[in-house]
Write a protein that binds this ligand. Structure first.
Ligand code: ZN
Length: 134
C-alpha cells in the first residue's frame, strides 16, 4: 500500500456538499463523474497527495443510499493506493480479509478498484485502487 489515495464521504446532495467542501478546503472539485455501475455521482477535491471523494446515490438501490439511510451522511470508506491491485487482493485474501469483488473493477477517477468488507476490517470499508494505464 503506497498511501491514502482518498477518503470517500457519503452525501445526500452533491451540489450542496460541493459548495460546503469548496468553502472548507478553499478550492473547487477538479472533477465530477457518474459511475452508473456503482449507482453513484462523485466529485473529487485534491488535498496534497490525497483526495476527498464525495459520493451521492444516483438511484434508491445504490449502496450510498443504503449507507445514508442507516448511518446518515459521513465518512464512507478509506481508499489506499496500490501498485499491483491483483497482488494486494491475493495478499489480503490470504490474511483472511473478505473481498467484495473477486476481480478488480472500474471505479471513478480512472482507477481499478476492489473493496474489502467492513466486517472483516474493523467496521471500516476499505477500497484498494490502482491507477489505470490507458
Ligand atoms: Zn473511493
Amino acid at each position: 500500500m503506497k498511501k491514502i489515495e482518498h477518503l470517500g464521504i457519503a452525501v445526500r446532495d452533491l451540489e450542496q456538499s460541493n459548495d460546503l467542501y469548496s468553502k472548507l478546503l478553499g478550492k473547487k472539485p477538479y472533477k465530477e463523474e457518474s459511475v452508473e455501475s456503482e449507482g453513484v455521482k462523485t466529485s473529487f477535491f485534491k488535498i496534497g497527495a490525497s483526495k476527498i471523494e464525495l459520493l451521492e446515490a444516483s438511484n434508491p438501490d445504490s449502496p450510498i443510499a443504503k449507507f445514508i439511510e442507516k448511518r446518515g451522511e459521513g465518512i464512507h470508506h478509506i481508499a489506499f493506493d496500490v501498485k499491483d491491485i491483483q497482488a494486494e487482493m491475493e495478499r489480503l485474501k490470504a490474511e483472511g480479509f473478505r473481498l467484495l469483488n473477486e476481480t478488480p473493477k472500474r471505479g471513478a477517477d480512472n482507477k481499478l478498484v476492489c473493496f474489502v468488507h467492513p466486517k472483516s476490517a474493523g467496521g471500516v470499508l476499505i477500497e484498494l485502487c490502482q491507477e489505470r494505464e490507458e
